[in-house]
Design a protein around this ligand. Structure first.
Ligand code: AMP
Length: 208
C-alpha cells in the first residue's frame, strides 16, 4: 500500500508513520529526516538545505523530489511505503504522480495550540527514531528508553520557527488535502486523541 501522510507539525505524523510501518511492514519515508541526513553529510546541496531549514522555510523545490525519488526507487519500497513530509504542496504531488500511484492519504488534524504545545515539548532519538513528548516521556530524562541514546531537540522546534512552519502548512500544504480529495481515498483523523486511539482509527479506516 502506498500511503501519503499529511498533517501539521506536531500532529504526530512521525509517530503514526512508525506504528504503521511496523504493522504493514512497509518503510516510513520521512522527507525532513532524509533532508537532515543530507545536511549532516556536509554536501553543497546539504548546505543549501540547511539555510532554508534554519529559517523554517521550504527548501528549493527541485531538491526534495530528487531525494525522495531516489529513496522510492529502493527495493524495500516494492510493496509500498508511508510518505511523511512529501509531497508538501500540489506541485510536488503532481511530480510524484508521474511515477507513482498513491492508494490512500491520511490527514492528521490538530489545532495550532496543541501542535505548539507538542512541538515545544518534543524530544527525539536520532538512533532509533523514537519520539518523546508530553504524553510519552522517557523513563530516564534525556535518554531513549529503547536504545539508551541521548535525546535531542530539533533546531527548528523553537517558538518562532514553529509559528512560521505552521503558517506555511496552512498556506501551502492544506490545499494539497483538497487536491487529493478529488483523486484518491483520504482518511481524516482527529490527531488530538491519544496515540493508540488515533492509530486504531487509522487502521480501521485504512483497511476498510
Ligand atoms: P519536517 O521534518 O517535515 O518538519 O521538515 C523539516 C524541514 O525540512 C521543513 O521545514 C523544510 O525546510 C524541509 N522540508 C521537508 N520536506 C520538504 C518538502 N517536501 N519540500 C520542501 N521542503 C521540505
Amino acid at each position: 500500500m502506498r500511503i501519503v501522510l499529511i498533517g501539521p507539525q506536531g500532529s504526530g505524523k512521525g509517530t503514526q508513520a512508525n506504528l504503521l510501518s511496523a504493522k504493514l511492514k512497509i518503510p516510513h519515508i520521512d522527507a525532513g529526516q532524509l533532508l537532515r541526513e543530507e545536511v549532516a553529510k556536509g554536501t553543497v546541496i546539504g548546505e543549501k538545505i540547511s539555510i532554508k531549514m534554519g529559517r523554517g522555510e521550504l527548501i528549493d523545490p527541485s531538491i526534495a523530489p530528487i531525494i525522495i525519488g531516489k529513496r522510492l526507487a529502493k527495493s524495500d519500497c516494492g510493496n509500498g511505503f508511508i510518505l511523511d513530509g512529501f509531497p508538501r504542496d500540489v506541485k510536488q504531488a503532481k511530480m510524484l504522480e508521474k511515477t507513482t500511484v498513491i492508494d490512500a492519504v491520511i490527514e492528521l488534524e490538530v489545532t495550532d495550540s496543541l501542535a505548539v504545545k507538542r512541538l515545544t515539548n518534543r524530544w527525539q532519538c536520532l538512533t532509533c527514531d523514537t519520539i518523546y513528548g508530553i504524553t510519552m516521556q522517557p523513563k530516564k530524562k534525556g535518554l531513549c528508553d529503547k536504545c539508551g541514546s541521548k535525546l535531542v531537540k530539533r533546531k527548528d522546534d523553537t517558538p518562532a520557527l514553529i509559528k512560521k512552519r505552521l503558517k506555511l502548512y496552512h498556506e501551502v500544504t492544506e490545499p494539497l488535502v483538497r487536491y487529493y480529495k478529488m483523486k484518491t481515498k483520504v482518511i481524516t483523523i482527529d490527531a488530538s486523541k491519544p496515540v493508540g486511539a488515533a492509530f486504531k482509527e487509522i487502521l480501521s479506516q485504512l483497511l476498510k
